[in-house]
Design a protein around this ligand. Structure first.
Ligand SMILES: NC(=O)c1ccc[n+]([C@@H]2O[C@H](COP(=O)([O-])OP(=O)(O)OC[C@H]3O[C@@H](n4cnc5c(N)ncnc54)[C@H](O)[C@@H]3O)[C@@H](O)[C@H]2O)c1
Length: 370
């Protein structure tokens, strides 16, 4: 691993300097100022939470999609069907960082009005870290569930299959908890997110056993099988159980919400679309709000007080690792591997942005991590 090993150095950039540098890059799409803020804020936050796979490293792919006309800057959600608590939205192939935020804001507004809401979103460009939308709903006091499909070349094999049949189809849920940070359960239904295999490939690192198969269906630890042609496939998490959840995300986020499943994509297009079915519930509108708060708190407290077993520091709640990483990287800086950084600078040039200005934004004494 070989060819990429020499590029495995990592830069550490101060959060604000990195945001400033990324504003310059995203401006190259011709985005309005609010869109620049939404895209940069969302991508840098994904890096802060530790999910580099869904952070600024996506920008080169976005630039390629934009060049092909597969990503449309300055698009906003359009209502296709409005039945009060049921909404069907079209994202116009716009930046998922904007479309996801707008779709979630509409779901929140409807759930506050009706007690619950179902939002079917189709034709959004890559929605990034889906946990961001669960966090947005939880901050508004709402429970939310999100089933997401990926409309790009299939990369995950069905359980028992030797060939990819669908995407990494995330499942995400958020539950607000009184007096403590919310549960944010947010994962790809593949054993590893595809972006993480790209990060491993860029760093020249092997994957753990049991993540990928090669183009003949044989087990491998080389991330190349999910990054470059000829491709193999990533396996589903939890064997047949993750497979079941992946199929559910495709049926609900894809067929039902987006009216489009991903398996026909041949990989020649660089765009990545996501379909998302989101369900929002206002606990206070369901009655029993006080019991929910009391019981949820007692249950979570009992988990977090459990003694840690060997090899673990303590029991965590889903969402805790991201919050801890966000606090740590906001203070200490954001690591970006050298290969990813070079790809971003190249993308800047493709977008007509002076890469030297982007580089300058992360250099100098004021750009050093605190
Ligand atoms: N937009 C897309 O097309 C797309 C596709 C796939 C994945 N994604 C995103 O990729 C990101 C990464 O997914 P992933 O599968 O690599 O995530 P992951 O394997 O890191 O799992 C993350 C989840 O597990 C929880 N968690 C981690 N350690 C824990 C612990 N010790 N105790 C309790 N909970 C713990 C986290 O809080 C989080 O909810 C997600 O944000 C997902 O939304 C997006």
């Amino acid at each position: 691993m070989k060819a990429n090993q020499a590029m495995a150095d990592t830069h550490v950039f101060a959060r604000h300097a990195l945001e400033q540098a990324m504003r310059l890059v995203v401006a190259g799409f011709g985005s309005a100022p609010e869109e620049i803020e939404a895209v940069v804020g969302n991508l840098v936050d994904a890096n802060l939470t530790g999910h580099d796979s869904h952070g600024i490293g996506m920008l080169p792919r976005y630039a390629e999609a934009f060049a092909e006309g597969g990503l449309v800057p300055n698009a906003h959600v359009r209502s296709v069907l409005d039945a009060g608590a049921l909404l069907r939205l079209d994202g116009g192939a716009g930046f998922g960082q904007v479309i996801g935020k707008e779709a979630t804001a509409l779901g929140i507004e409807r759930a506050r009005r009706h007690g619950c809401a179902v939002v079917a979103l189709g034709n959004s460009h890559h929605l990034g870290r889906i946990g961001a939308w669960a966090e947005q709903a939880a901050a508004a006091g709402l429970v939310s569930l999100h089933f997401v499909n990926v409309i790009a070349a299939p990369i995950v094999a069905p359980f028992g299959g030797a060939k990819a049949g669908f995407g990494t189809n995330p499942f995400t849920a958020g539950v607000p908890l009184a007096g403590r940070a919310p549960l944010i359960l947010d994962f790809a239904t593949s054993v590893i997110a595809q972006g993480k295999t790209r990060v491993a490939y860029n760093k020249g690192e092997a994957l753990p056993e049991g993540c990928v198969i090669d183009d003949h269906g044989r087990p491998s630890t080389d991330p190349r099988w999910s990054v470059i042609e000829p491709r193999g496939a990533i396996l589903t998490m939890g064997a047949h159980k993750g497979y079941g959840l992946a199929v559910l995300s495709e049926l609900l986020g894809g067929a039902l919400a987006a009216g489009l499943v991903g398996h026909r994509e041949d990989g020649s297009a660089r765009r990545v679309l996501n379909g998302m079915l989101s369900v929002f519930v206002d606990p206070s509108a369901l009655g029993g709000g006080a019991a929910f708060e009391r019981e949820a708190d007692a249950f979570v407290a009992s988990l977090l007080e459990a003694p840690a077993r060997e090899g673990f520091e303590r029991v965590l709640l889903a969402g805790d690792p991201e919050r801890a990483s966000r606090a740590r990287r906001s203070a200490d800086g954001v690591p970006v591997d050298a290969t990813t950084w070079q790809q971003i600078l190249r993308a800047a040039t493709q977008l007509g942005v002076d890469a030297a200005r982007v580089q300058a934004a992360v250099e100098g004494p004021e750009a050093a991590p605190a």
